[in-house]
Design a protein around this ligand. Structure first.
Ligand SMILES: Cc1ncc(COP(=O)(O)OP(=O)(O)O)c(N)n1
Ligand SMILES: Cc1nc(C(=O)O)sc1CCOP(=O)(O)O
Ligand SMILES: [Mg+2]
Length: 208
């Protein structure tokens, strides 16, 4: 199985955003280093999630980039995505693993070492760890854990840790120094004036 990409782009489906335009800008720059996580609003229909995920899988294919689907694992299976991502309100990790199968990419959210170890024992292949910094993209999150919180998790597991929450190119070096394998972003690409350039900056920070 190919190694996990280091730059995870999470789709921004808030009103006025164009997640496919951001994806089309990022793909030629990041290619197989890009993982696209299709994340839709809770009140989006399965049909809407399916249509977006189908288009993302199609766009990723020529670049060797992989698509994951957040929460809705039946959509991941239906579009032939590489896998999915689950958190505390979603299917338990072991159940998600049974749904997706042994070869799928399965990510789980973990905010501290105990839940991180439990998620890995249950079958997670990578962990989404955060929020690293303050973010306005998702309400209701706990306080930011910063690079020290990321370090606590990376010290407890051997799977790749993807740092999330308020991540920018400027914050990547400290997160890498804390042991993060990669980062997941919404705003750093979706709100960028030039998403291709922002992709290059994030990648540069991730790979230096
Ligand atoms: C890479 C990554 N990390 C964490 C999350 C958050 O997942 P979750 O806690 O299930 O919250 P929702 O995204 O479903 O609102 C993520 N999606 N990706
Ligand atoms: C979807 C999500 N989950 C988070 C978590 O910490 O679990 S933070 C987040 C949003 C990340 O968006 P941005 O890059 O714009 O801060
Ligand atoms: Mg979730």
């Amino acid at each position: 199985m190919p190694s996990l990409g280091r730059l995870h782009l999470i789709t921004d489906t808030r009103p006025g955003r164009d997640p496919l335009a951001v994806l089309r800008a990022a793909l030629p720059v990041a290619r197989a280093e890009l993982v696209v996580q299709v994340r839709v609003a809770d009140d989006a229909t399965d049909r809407e999630a399916y249509e977006l995920a189908r288009r993302v899988v199609e766009a990723c294919r020529p670049y060797g980039a992989r698509c994951l689907v957040n929460d809705r694992l039946h959509v991941a299976l239906a579009v032939g995505a590489a896998g999915g991502h689950v958190g505390a309100d979603d299917l338990p990790v072991a159940a998600a693993r049974r749904v997706l199968g042994v070869d799928a990419v399965l990510g789980a959210t973990a905010r501290e070492p105990v839940t991180a170890r439990a998620a890995v024992a249950a079958g997670a292949g990578y962990l989404g760890v955060g929020p690293c910094h303050a973010t306005t993209t998702k309400p209701g999150l706990p306080a930011p854990i910063g690079p020290d919180g990321v370090r606590a998790v990376t010290g407890a597991v051997t799977v790749p840790v993807i740092a999330i929450g308020g991540v920018t190119a400027a914050s990547v070096p400290a997160l890498r120094a804390a042991g993060a394998y990669g980062v997941a972003v919404v705003g750093a690409l979706s709100s960028a004036a030039d998403p291709a350039r922002a992709t290059a900056e994030l990648l540069g920070a991730l790979t230096c």
